[in-house]
Write a protein that binds this ligand. Structure first.
Ligand SMILES: [Fe+2]
Length: 288
């Protein structure tokens, strides 16, 4: 796997690299830092002024934690500020916002596994986003809000980029997830009872990559990479921000990473959550 360091702004054909499995790590992007600063502010507000964010789970029962995280996620994702910052990110790396759409950003909160690993803090098993109805040209970003360790991060397993994994994506519906399952996150306190697309066999973790960065150091990679949550057994809650970009022309012409094993029946059902990067109008889907 190829890893590019601080080259997102310099590599005009970065999408081709992403679609072939390359990962970009950018440590110096102002808009990524600002997204994390805004995440920090939002967490403080959601937890009544408390600023020791990595210790929040030690201060309250899990029910209260889940209620506050639910509100926090909604407020962060739906704020105008994050949309402005994503547009700023597109500009900062030298892209034309008229050519891109983006998915609303997510703030993920991963406390100690035994405190909570379901619902609002679901620990994702190894998956490709295409199993969840993503398209082959989906470009993922991911950044930690605070400095993290390898045992708290998100893992990428590049050995499977072009190697099929038997999985349950054909039995999973994005439409059902959006309309019936997603809002049940807060009901899942001890165990995740919602169905997810998952691998059917064992995954060889020997070539897993765990990148442990600092605030706002952003990873950019294909949503088709096999990736997942590393179960957090540390005493520090992990916070991260991620969002997705798609190039309109690549979407139209079905360019992107190879699909080696995804069979989700309603790819694209999530398009209504996408916005045009230049004017934030809702994406209406591809006109045929
Ligand atoms: Fe994912």
């Amino acid at each position: 796997m190829n890893l590019y360091i601080n080259q997102l702004q310099k590599k005009a054909d970065f999408r081709d690299a992403i679609y072939s499995g390359a990962v970009f790590l950018d440590t110096n992007l102002e808009t990524a830092r600002q997204l994390c600063a805004f995440a920090q502010e939002s967490i403080t507000v959601a937890f009544d002024g408390e600023t020791d964010h990595p210790s929040l789970h030690k201060m309250m029962p899990v029910e209260e934690f889940v209620a506050r995280v639910t509100r926090l996620k909604g407020q962060f994702t739906n704020s105008q500020r994050v949309k402005d910052l994503i547009q700023g990110f597109v500009h900062e790396i030298g892209l034309d916002p008229r050519e891109y759409i983006f998915d609303v950003p997510r703030l993920r909160v991963v406390p100690h596994y035994n405190y909570l690993h379901a619902g609002v803090s679901y620990a994702y098993k190894p998956h490709r986003d295409t199993w969840y109805g993503g398209v082959d040209c989906q470009i993922n970003t991911w950044m930690p809000v605070y400095t993290i360790r390898p045992d708290q991060t998100m893992m990428i397993n590049p050995a499977y980029f072009d190697k099929p994994v038997q999985n349950t994506s054909k039995d999973w519906s994005l439409d059902d997830w959006i309309n019936n399952q997603r809002h049940k996150a807060k009901e899942n306190l001890t165990e995740e009872v919602r169905m997810h697309p998952v691998p059917l066999g064992d995954i060889d973790a020997s070539s897993e990559i765990r990148i442990a960065g600092n605030t706002g150091e952003i990873l950019t990679f294909s949503g088709s990479h096999l990736h997942g949550t590393v179960p957090n057994y540390t005493e520090q809650t992990r916070f991260s921000v991620d969002f997705r970009l798609m190039h309109l022309d690549d979407l139209r012409h079905k360019r992107g990473a190879p699909n080696v094993d995804s069979a989700c029946p309603d790819v694209g059902a999530g398009f209504k959550d996408y916005f045009h990067a230049h004017d934030f109008s809702n994406f209406q889907g591809i006109q045929q």
